[in-house]
Design a protein around this ligand. Structure first.
Ligand code: ASP
Length: 392
């Protein structure tokens, strides 16, 4: 039973048992929803102060504006490069497999507001930083923490120390809290997944199998191929070993379908298990949790092409390039919460003139794909932190 001594293995076992419980004992699975909700709430409880403290200490701890710029530029290059590679992989696969080209099925259309570029830009800047923290708005908190951190670097050293020590202590206390919450992950993951399987079942997956397969294959190739290779080439780390170190975060990402809710665990495993310095992890991971979503970008491109196929619309190369650009932007704009990618996909569909109702086609399988794409999103963030740490 040594296997079960680690929380990671307990969580993995919990996940397997949850699927069985959801399938064969749904009544019980539906009753334990509260356990999952408590776990999620505990994670959400620390997100806002954690982002503020970790981004702030990371930026002000770098010691000079030039170093922040250096880290920022490397981070952005990594995000953009990997997101683009993800979308390209998705587009190639969807052109090869052509899911939806034969079958036509229509479902009820959801009513969704279109997501636009100005929504994306304005969503970055807080109207009021206190309100943003109170309401857990991730991007505005990051924006404020970054600006405040940069401003601090312009103060005399003594004043800088005062602020830095306070936020660093806050950060450390939050990490202790996270360690406590981690003990609950097996129970939380079990309850969340069992309830989900009991509610949704697995049959929609079969109905849309060619689409599901394209997304799953794309995600797998990106995670186990492209990202793993980048990790090996640039950080000289064996992907499997790194996977074992950070797997708790990936399991939580899979179960919660939320990069933001997973952030506390990602930060903990990055620093404690993968040995990534706080200065890098505290910057790359919170930002990545909302900005760097390789899985979401890939999924948006595949989903848009699938909808085009179902509607019998042939998309030209130019239109596919537009999908490439908008899927990248839509993944940046998606919040790290469940189904966020579904909402920002309206931007992709709108740009190439596909009907928004198309989203109704893929709703039934969205949660499952969301779990997978969120794991890839978090995997991409962690690999980014590891690679960037090597060059900082
Ligand atoms: N749920 C995803 C995440 O949190 C975003 C999405 O694709 O819906 O990373």
């Amino acid at each position: 039973m040594r296997f079960l001594r680690s929380v990671e293995n307990q969580t993995l076992l919990a996940l397997g048992l949850a699927v069985l419980t959801g399938l064969y004992w749904p009544a019980f699975a539906l009753k334990i929803g509260l356990v999952g909700d408590v776990f999620l709430r505990l994670l959400k409880m620390i997100i806002a102060p954690l982002i503020l403290a970790s981004v702030y200490t990371s930026v002000s701890g770098l010691g000079s504006i030039a170093r922040v710029k250096n880290l920022g530029v490397k981070t952005l290059i990594y995000y953009l490069a990997t997101t683009s590679l993800a979308v390209i992989a998705g587009l190639i696969l969807v052109n090869l497999i052509r899911p939806g080209a034969k079958a036509v099925f229509l479902r009820e259309a959801p009513s969704l507001k279109t997501f636009t570029l100005s929504d994306l830009v304005l969503s970055l800047i807080p109207q009021n930083p206190v309100k943003s923290v109170a309401e857990g708005e991730v991007l505005p908190i990051i924006f404020f923490a970054l600006a405040f951190g940069l401003a601090t670097l312009s103060l005399p050293k003594g004043r800088q120390r005062l602020l830095f020590d306070f936020f660093e202590a806050l950060n450390d206390a939050l990490i202790v809290l996270i360690r406590w919450i981690i003990y609950l992950t097996p129970a939380g993951v079990f309850a969340i997944v069992a309830k989900l399987v009991a509610e949704k079942g697995l049959s929609p997956l079969l109905e849309l199998s060619s689409y599901v397969l394209t997304v799953v294959l794309g995600l797998f190739l990106h995670a186990a191929g492209t990202l793993a290779l980048l990790l090996f080439l640039f950080a000289r780390e064996k992907p499997w070993q790194f996977f074992l170190k950070v797997r708790e975060a990936l399991l939580v990402a899979f179960s919660t379908a939320s990069s933001a809710a997973t952030l506390p665990i990602s930060l903990e495993v990055a620093e404690e298990k993968a040995g990534i310095p706080k200065k890098v992890a505290g910057f790359v991971l919170p930002l990545g949790a909302t900005v760097n979503m390789d899985g979401t970008a890939l999924y948006e491109a595949v989903a848009a092409m699938f909808i085009a196929n179902v509607c019998g619309v042939e998309l030209s190369l130019g239109q596919q390039i537009l999908i490439f650009l908008t899927a990248t932007l839509a993944s940046i704009g998606a919040a790290g919460i469940p189904s966020a990618g579904l909402v920002t996909m309206t931007m992709v569909l709108q740009t190439v003139g596909l009907p928004l109702e198309g989203i109704g086609l893929i709703l039934a399988v969205d949660r499952f794909l969301d779990m997978l794409r969120t794991s890839v999103n978090v995997w991409g963030d962690l690999i980014g932190a590891r690679i960037i740490a090597r060059y900082t």
